[in-house]
Design a protein around this ligand. Structure first.
Ligand SMILES: Cc1cc2nc3c(=O)[nH]c(=O)nc-3n(C[C@H](O)[C@H](O)[C@H](O)COP(=O)(O)OP(=O)(O)OC[C@H]3O[C@@H](n4cnc5c(N)ncnc54)[C@H](O)[C@@H]3O)c2cc1C
Length: 454
């Protein structure tokens, strides 16, 4: 077998990353096979329908942060339709001292907001004149304290990071967790100056596709998965591959699940699965990847056929750690996505656990419901907590936390790819956790293997 010119690719995992990579490889005529542990495609993406509500059990929305999102939708040629969030999604609320405050998005709101202290607002005027940091392993907390001040950490960055990573700014390393923010400081010397300069920088046609709008897919994210899966012949996916592992052969890789020899293996699974999948890999290197930590998360979906709480004209509300509440935040999905709840009703998604409560999965369903009842009744000013839909989803390995181990982890991934040529360790263990990052990575890997621009 000519490993470079006639590749045969095995992909582990039929989540968004694995499906995107397979879609582009097969489109380029490359022999590709996906091995999936469960009986379905989509990984953490799963849409449910119940009682007039359309809701997600995993991610709810993504950000069009890379052009690859729009390119994938175009390449799927109408088999699923992107849904861009309504304007209401531009507003974000932050819980402070017993009420919701609007997160400011402009200068005037920024001056007036009670979220940040007056000295910190004044200090922000000097932000463009501060020197850029020199420590590539600086945490987000250190970075924000250095450039912005404590109230920005407590009432903007902490809740924002809970919203994305369900994580702790004191543990996440900016360079890996928020690379665009890191590069803003490195390239332009300032967040404020850099954002302004970037906004006026000439963009290529391709750059313009990354609109940063919030997206879902009409009828739910599962329709994106179904559309990709429809483009992959059934014979190219094996489901229920429990206890999968790979061995090395003279010409490539062989699995216990298939008789073909593969020239390339792309893993898209969690770090904790790697030792079993690749027993031949050097333990000390796999251990470095495996140091990656994950948050534990509970998502409680609430549906109300008749909404009687406060007006939900925002993306959602985030609850800073400093407020000592028992939820991380709540999304108001029916306020900005169509047909998610009956008319006059509401669909909410409440998040609990994360870095703030690492014991969350030990709570029983009833304990979780009791907490949600207390928090949502007060925060949404409900007279009665009587949802028509209540669904609890638990995640043991929800979101990987790109912390201090990141530099060594990435080096180990690269070294393993060199020692075992064409072993590609991917998925959200590196290159970003968002759905847009997953699509970008899947497409890039396919391009790397085909050796052409896809
Ligand atoms: C609760 C939650 C909320 C989120 N919210 C958002 C959000 O709002 N916006 C956003 O952009 N992102 C969000 N994310 C992150 C985003 O959803 C994920 O990063 C992304 O979907 C992961 O896709 P993936 O294909 O890399 O991994 P996965 O979806 O995890 O897919 C991996 C696949 O590999 C399979 N697998 C695992 N082990 C093996 C094995 N040994 N052999 C074979 N197959 C195996 C799994 O069954 C799975 O199908 C959220 C994630 C979670 C959990």
């Amino acid at each position: 077998m000519d490993r470079q010119h006639n590749p045969k690719v095995a992909i582990v995992g039929a989540g968004l990353t694995g499906l995107t990579a397979a879609f582009y490889l097969l489109k380029s005529g490359i022999d590709t096979h996906i091995f999936e542990k469960t009986g379905r495609a989509g990984g953490v993406i799963k849409t449910n329908f119940e009682n007039g509500f359309t809701f997600e059990l995993g991610p709810n929305t993504g950000i069009i942060g890379h052009p690859e999102v729009m390119e994938l939708i175009d390449d799927l040629k109408g088999s699923c339709k992107l849904e861009i969030a309504d304007a209401a999604a531009k507003a974000r609320w932050i819980w402070k001292a017993g009420k919701w405050e609007l997160l400011p998005s402009g200068l005037i709101d920024g001056i007036k907001t009670p979220l940040f202290t007056f000295p910190d607002k004044l200090r922000l005027l000097g932000e463009p004149f501060l020197k850029p940091g020199t420590n590539p392993n600086e945490t987000l907390k250190e970075l924000v304290l250095r450039r912005m001040g404590k109230s920005f950490l407590d009432y903007a960055v902490d809740p924002f990071i809970l919203g994305i990573y369900s994580g702790d700014p004191a543990k996440l390393v900016t360079k890996y967790a928020l690379p665009k923010l890191y590069m803003l400081e490195q390239d332009y010397g300032s967040f404020i100056g850099g954002s302004i300069k970037k906004a006026y920088r000439a963009k290529t046609g391709r750059d313009k596709k990354a609109t940063r709008e919030i997206f879902s897919v009409k009828g739910g994210l599962q329709n994106l998965i179904n559309a990709i899966e429809k483009n992959i012949d059934k014979e190219n996916i094996s489901f229920n591959c429990d206890a999968l592992f790979f061995e090395k052969t003279e010409n490539g890789f062989k699995t216990n699940n298939h008789n073909k020899i593969f020239s390339h293996v792309i893993s898209t699974v969690g770090a904790y699965e790697l030792p079993k999948l690749f027993p031949f890999a050097e333990t000390e290197k796999i251990d470095l990847v495996n140091r990656l930590e994950y948050t534990k998360l509970v998502q409680v979906t609430l549906g109300f056929k008749e909404w009687k709480g406060i007006e939900l004209n925002a993306f959602g509300g985030l609850v800073p750690s400093k407020e000592n509440r028992n939820i991380l935040g709540v999304l108001f999905l029916s306020s900005f996505l169509k047909n998610r709840a009956p008319k006059n009703g509401a669909l909410l998604s409440v998040f609990m656990g994360g870095a703030r409560n690492t014991e969350i999965l030990e709570l029983s369903d009833n304990q979780i419901i009791d907490i949600v009842k207390v928090e949502i009744t007060e925060m949404m000013k409900l007279v009665k907590f009587e949802p028509d839909l209540l669904q609890i989803s638990r995640y043991h390995y929800a979101i990987p936390q790109y912390g201090i181990e990141s530099e060594q982890k990435i080096k180990a991934i690269e070294e393993l790819g060199k020692i075992h040529a064409n072993l590609i360790l991917a998925g959200n263990i590196c290159n970003g956790i968002g759905m847009a990052d997953r699509i970008k990575q899947g497409k890039n890997i396919a391009a790397q293997i085909t050796g052409t621009k896809i």
